[in-house]
Write a protein that binds this ligand. Structure first.
Ligand code: NAD
Length: 267
């Protein structure tokens, strides 16, 4: 059987953008546990990143390298992929996960924030894909996973750039799936609802400050406004979905969205 199956991901290489924190870190850890070699990427304290990199490799007996490509810079994204290919011989799995948020009404939305959100949350995935696709197609196997959002399917106020980028990446996912439908390369999007990572903790803290309420009250309010389950989606659940998308059971699954949002988009 070609590709990932009973043997796990041994011998495969996974690049996960934005994997120094949150969802990306959990996905990188899950792939490492399956035996893949990993390329970590993202911002953060250099010593902390190095500690995490070494610990991940040691825990699972895989090779883990770090590349600090800034997702706003196409040439650095290209270098990330070429470095991974140079080190491991191939990039078999690409997770476009790096993302940022900024909230403001359209008329007050700073142009530099708009440009940054679109660059990191949408354009970076395009640049990553165009760098990995030739190799994946030549080898006849590849998995591209785009971390979109419930906001790739529905909108919320004050999130124009984020919603535009996430809807955009759902569309980009479909195009990549169609263009590569017979090549052994699949492309799917994962759409999380609320997940308690630094990206969301910052939004909860901002709400508490603006409303003069507690973080606990705002956490409950934020969940219940959108997510009928009243529970956060966990990073481990999202990592499980990513592992599934790399498996044989998902080999004829392409161009779709996998939603883990506690019922948010069912409403
Ligand atoms: P996070 O803030 O914990 O992690 C974001 C990661 O992106 C970090 O590793 C950060 O260093 C990296 N990053 C940011 N700017 C970068 C840049 N210019 N270059 C390289 N890396 C950069 O957030 P998270 O919640 O884990 O978010 C991961 C993805 O999940 C994002 O695409 C986000 O939109 C999406 N998402 C999150 C939630 C949620 O509720 N947390 C919900 C839906 C979708």
């Amino acid at each position: 059987m070609d590709g990932y199956g009973d043997k796990g991901m041994k011998g495969k290489t996974a690049v996960v953008t934005g994997s120094t924190s949150g969802i990306g870190a959990a996905m990188a850890a899950a792939f490492a546990a399956e035996g893949a070699n990993i390329v970590i990427n993202g911002l953060g304290d250099a010593a902390e990143i190095e500690k995490g990199r070494a610990a991940l490799g040691a825990a699972h007996g895989v090779q883990v390298i770090y590349h600090g490509a800034d997702m706003t810079r196409p040439e650095e994204i290209e270098d990330l992929i070429r470095t991974a290919e140079g080190q491991f011989g191939s990039v078999d799995i690409l997770v476009n996960n790096a993302g940022i948020q900024h909230t403001a009404p359209i008329e007050d939305f700073p142009v530099d924030k708009w440009n940054a959100v679109i660059a990191i949350n949408l354009s970076a995935a395009f640049h990553g894909m165009r760098a990995v696709l030739p190799g994946m197609k030549t080898r006849g196997w590849g998995r591209i996973i785009n971390v979109a959002s419930a906001h790739g399917l529905v909108a919320s106020v004050n999130k124009s750039a984020y919603v535009a980028a996430k809807h955009g990446i759902v569309g980009l996912t479909k195009v990549a799936a169609l263009e590569n439908a017979q090549s052994g390369v699949t492309c799917n999007a994962i759409c999380p609802g609320w997940v308690k990572t630094p990206l969301v903790v910052a939004q909860i803290e901002a709400r508490a400050k603006a409303n003069g309420t507690s973080v606990e009250d705002e956490t409950q309010a934020l969940l219940l406004e959108k997510q009928p389950s009243g529970q956060f989606t966990t990073v481990e659940q999202l990592a499980g979905a990513a592992v599934f998308l790399c498996g044989d059971a998902a080999s004829n699954m392409t161009g779709t969205t996998v939603t883990l949002d506690g019922g948010w988009t069912a409403q």
